[in-house]
Design a protein around this ligand. Structure first.
Ligand SMILES: [Zn+2]
Length: 166
């Protein structure tokens, strides 16, 4: 794949909705369409430069894109990043996005999250981000950290950027 990862935009269909949300949190611009209707997906792809991500062989045959074969979301993510760049799976150099809106998250002062996050989170986490559209609060989760550890150990370079570790 010749495109730079930070230029890659995805279209996830109904078969990979959870993967789509994870891709957003990791910073990939991702549209999620809750259908596997070939016509609707074709139409959408025509008007965007997004790459289709799906578990449907037929859709990939008809529309092109990336075929996901794994069932667990974490494995799907690994599979996708390996397909994109199998020698050095890297996370994008782009800020995290809201899992629900695909909006780029903005920094959120700690005092603003009082009462909006569980108390143990407030007590243990220092840095928060917020979706400017829906207001949802994000912080670095252990599930994301796990992936980062995975990719750091697989890749040639350890990713030390802080921005996308959410
Ligand atoms: Zn949002």
């Amino acid at each position: 794949m010749s495109k730079q990862q930070d230029e890659l935009k995805f279209l996830c269909d109904l078969t990979v909705v959870k993967l789509g949300k994870k891709l957003r949190i990791l910073g990939f611009d991702t549209e999620i369409i809750k259908t596997v209707n070939q016509q609707a997906i074709k139409e959408l792809l025509k008007h965007t430069n997004r790459t289709l991500v799906t578990k449907s062989k037929e859709l990939v045959k008809a529309c092109g894109g990336i075929l996901i074969t794994k069932n667990r979301t974490s494995e799907q993510l690994e599979e996708l990043l390996m397909i994109l760049n199998n020698t050095n799976p890297q996370l994008p150099n782009t800020p995290a996005r809201c899992a629900y809106c695909n909006e780029v998250l903005v920094d959120c002062p700690k005092e603003e999250v009082i009462g909006k996050v569980p108390i143990y989170v407030f007590e243990t986490i220092e840095h928060f981000k917020r979706c400017p559209k829906c207001g949802k609060i994000y912080w670095r989760g252990t599930h994301v950290v796990r992936h980062l550890e995975f990719f750091s150990s697989q890749g040639k370079e350890t990713d030390t950027r802080g921005d996308n570790k959410w």
